[in-house]
Design a protein around this ligand. Structure first.
Ligand code: SAH
Length: 354
């Protein structure tokens, strides 16, 4: 059995080889993406023999829901198990008329950001395009029929730019009018900032929003918090980001997780203001969402306000992201770890808890 969501680019050829007319492919895609029907027998405009052939050749959903948590603020989070046992997380956030989904790109993450739960056990593998798309459909199924997904953020587990081909293929179906129909300006790719991949996005004329996880205003501190920075450096990251802004016209977002006593001091705010000045950018400050076993804490309101004032005084456009779904561990990677840690052997555990 093939995973249909991974097979979509080849579906028309597959149908043509079985002497099906050209409109069958779009009909099937419409059932799955638009009408939210994954059971072939319910695809009533397809001839019965084709429905049977599809059912014996393809599965649409390959993941199973391990946990489904719901928070008072309307946030819902799924922990999904893939056929090979890999665990991934994805989240639906409700905010007025927005229905935003947060989707994973890898099982685990190789970037090693010291404050993040997703990378604590390294990366197991890239997700396929179908597995990325499947998360979107699993979350879409949580909405009543009259509601639509409105925004996508690639802010789940993993580094999307380390799995760019599959991410772009899945987002192609998310943004196509014949797919989920979500405008590229409502789709955000969040990245630790891999310059070669950002340059590729710029060359391909991508129109997605780019969010760069900066987290520190100088290389010494950034390398400490985001170890991959040692091979990149803030200057190269900024050059690639500027290039993307010029080619896409999309305002850049810089993300900054505030860690008490580490990157939240006045000197950091001043350096950050200097770095972002003269750039068309939004600074998205995220209060740290504590991860069990890690030594970091969220700054006090007083130091958050001081940080904010310095940047505002420098004319930086700044937004403080509200924490949503805290109670259900919506910071990605946390649910998976809860499942994973008891399963790890003692040697692995002492390594990951270092
Ligand atoms: N690999 C991508 C996506 C990561 S998740 C990236 O680096 O951007 C999206 C954002 O959440 C990133 O900015 C990430 O650094 C941040 N993040 C990770 N763990 C967090 C935590 N515990 N609290 C707050 N933000 C966190």
């Amino acid at each position: 059995m093939k995973h249909l969501l991974d097979y979509l680019p080849k579906l028309n050829d597959w149908l043509a080889r079985r002497e099906q007319p050209g409109f069958r492919g779009p009909q099937i895609i419409d059932w799955i993406l638009e009408k939210r029907v994954s059971d072939f027998s319910a695809m009533t405009n397809l001839p019965q023999p084709l429905r049977e052939l599809l059912a014996s050749s393809f599965t649409t959903f390959t993941s199973t829901i391990v946990t489904h948590s719901t928070s008072d603020d309307g946030t819902e989070k799924l922990l999904l198990k893939l056929p090979d046992g890999g665990l991934i997380e994805c989240v639906l956030l409700r905010e007025e008329n927005r229905r935003t989904i947060c989707v994973s790109s890898q099982v685990g993450c190789a970037m090693g950001c010291v404050f993040c739960a997703s990378g604590l056990d390294g990366v197991l593998r890239n997700l396929t395009a179908g597995e990325i798309l499947e998360q979107m459909l699993q979350l879409q199924k949580l909405l009543p029929a009259e509601e639509r997904l409105s925004h996508i953020v690639m802010m789940g587990m993993g580094e999307p730019l380390a799995n760019l081909d599959h991410v772009l293929e899945a987002l192609g179906y998310a943004s196509a009018p014949t797919g989920l129909g979500i405008s590229p300006r409502r789709i955000t790719i969040s990245t630790v900032g891999l310059p070669a991949a950002i340059q590729r996005l710029a060359r391909q004329d991508c129109k997605y929003q780019l969010a760069l996880s900066l987290h520190a205003p100088n290389d010494t501190l950034r390398t400490q918090l985001v170890p991959i920075n040692e091979k990149i450096g803030i200057a190269a990251l900024m050059a690639a980001a500027d290039h993307y802004f010029e080619s896409s016209g999309r305002k850049l977002t810089f993300e900054y997780v505030l860690l008490s006593g580490i990157n939240d001091q006045e000197e950091h705010a001043t350096q950050l203001a200097a770095l972002l000045q003269n750039r068309t950018a939004l600074l998205n400050v995220i209060p740290y969402n504590p991860v069990e076993g890690l030594p970091y804490t969220t700054p006090s309101n007083r130091s958050i306000q001081r940080f904010k004032q310095i940047l505002e005084a420098a004319g930086i456009e700044i937004r403080f992201r509200q924490r949503k779904g805290d109670k259900i561990n919506a910071a990605c990677g946390q649910l998976r770890r809860q499942q994973l840690v008891p399963l790890l052997s003692d040697t692995q555990r002492s390594f990951t808890d270092r």
